[in-house]
Ligand binder design. Structure first.
Ligand code: NZQ
Ligand code: ZN
Length: 407
């Protein structure tokens, strides 16, 4: 296990009608002038925004509103939000919606305290200098943005999507009412569950050894999502099912599952180019890419002459995942076959939830894959990932495998 430090300051409140505690929480966190930030319609249609307005009015809190956040939230609206916050001397941003709304709110809250262009912190590595108060009411179990240290914004002018990781992204409080998910479509639920699983797997597939507890925590969290998702797809109006998905999404991305271990994040780097260029759903892209990434790194071991868990940590870990999480009988004589079965099984689970099997079905143009491989985020040394480091040529091969993938 590697040395680690954990900082998770967000007050998490999960309860029916949790949203009604917003005004009280804002006051407790020192807010008095509020920007209420929301999406393109679902939170208005469900009556959530009206209930929040009422709760802010009841507590005599000054507030203005900025709606219109779209999936894959845009830098343009962030600039508008920062301008509004400065004009109206806003000291607290309250986000109500999915991960896109929360990420946009994070960018506004941090960008309002930054003297230069907020994009410097997303695309160009500048360090944030502070933020306004920040609270969230999350309506979709997926990103874990309600407690994560990250936010992802799409810049249409530059045609890229980039993230900012900073502890300042962690909200002061997040109110989680599982009942708010009852209006989600099966597609949104499936994409959300795929995202949750990916946040766990980006940590689970690690080169670090001696991390038995976090391995087991990761396995429990993925199993929970696999157990609960079919039930949510069948009937979204089930409190405990949605509560478990929400809790999984928070646990998946708050940081605990990466404690003391190197994380990978290659598949997220690959996916952000898809949603950044083609406005596809984040979770759908992850579902199409994950089996392809696993297959590529596994077969690379085989091509390098490694045939079993005994001589490859990668074969060992993928077969462990197959056995412990997907319930595939471990073949002691042939752990490679167990690992391969695991990859097919994960892909089949995503298909059974209605997610795309491959990038071709998602409408990604094959001829653009080299461009995406070039743009996908890498370290200055030209590589991404830790479990099995990848360069641009590897990225291209994974995109090609994912484009043609048959589950
Ligand atoms: O805009 P509205 O009308 O609200 O509709 C949204 C949107 O169309 C709808 N929706 C949300 N809650 C609903 C609902 N519809 C009915 N009932 C509800 N309760 O769902 C659609 C998708 O919403 P969005 O917020 O885009 O989805 P998600 O939560 O999956 O967020 C995806 C974004 O988060 C980023 C992704 O890259 C993507 O941009 N990520 C953020 C992370 C973070 N901050 O830590 C980590 C992730 O890895 C991810 O990259
Ligand atoms: Zn994600």
């Amino acid at each position: 296990m590697l040395p680690f430090e954990s900082y998770t300051p967000t007050r998490l409140i999960m309860a029916p009608q949790a949203e009604l505690q917003a005004a009280d929480q804002i006051k407790k966190h020192g807010g008095s002038r509020v920007l209420l930030h929301y999406g393109s319609g679902s939170a208005v249609r469900s009556g959530l925004i009206d209930r929040i307005r009422q709760s802010l009015e009841n507590e005599n809190l000054f507030f203005i509103e900025l709606g219109g956040v779209v999936p894959n939230p845009r830098a343009e609206l962030v600039y508008r939000g920062i301008e509004l916050c400065r004009q109206e001397q806003i000291d607290f941003v309250l986000a109500a919606g999915g991960g896109s709304v929360l990420d946009s709110a994070k960018a506004i809250a941090i960008g309002s305290c930054y003297e230069g262009d907020f994009w410097d912190m997303y695309g160009r590595g500048a360090t944030p200098t502070g933020r306004l108060g920040l609270g969230t009411i999350i309506t979709l179990p997926a990103t874990g943005s309600e407690a994560s240290n990250s936010s992802v914004i799409k810049n249409d002018q530059l045609d890229i999507k980039r993230g900012l990781r900073s502890d300042l992204n962690r909200p002061d409080f997040s109110l989680i009412n599982p009942e708010l998910t009852y209006t989600l479509s099966p597609w949104q639920i499936a994409c959300g569950s795929s995202d949750i699983i990916s946040h766990i797997l980006e940590r689970y597939f690690s080169p670090t050894t001696g991390v038995g507890l976090t391995d087991r925590l990761c396995e429990a969290a993925v199993k929970t999502v696999i157990d609960e998702t079919p039930s949510a797809l069948n009937n979204p109006s089930q409190y405990d099912v949605q509560a478990n998905l929400f809790w999984s999404s928070t646990v998946a991305h708050i940081g605990w599952l990466g404690m003391g271990r190197q994380e990978d994040w290659s598949v997220h780097a690959l996916e952000h180019e898809l949603s950044g260029h083609y406005d596809t759903a984040h979770g759908a892209g992850l579902a199409a890419l994950y089996p392809a990434w696993l297959s590529f790194i596994l077969e690379r071991e085989v091509n390098g002459g490694k045939k079993s868990a005994k001589d490859s940590a990668i074969i060992a870990r993928i077969s462990q995942f197959a056995e412990r999480v997907l319930g595939i009988q471990l073949d002691f004589a042939d752990s490679l076959s167990t690992a391969r079965q695991g990859i097919r099984s994960l892909s089949a689970i995503y298909r059974s939830w209605g997610l795309p099997a491959n990038l071709s079905d998602m409408g990604i143009p094959y001829e653009e894959l080299p461009k995406l491989a070039k743009l996908a985020k890498k370290r200055p040394d030209g590589f991404a990932g830790a479990f099995s480091p990848l360069n641009e040529a590897d990225f291209l091969q994974i995109y090609q495998i994912a484009w043609n993938w048959q589950y």
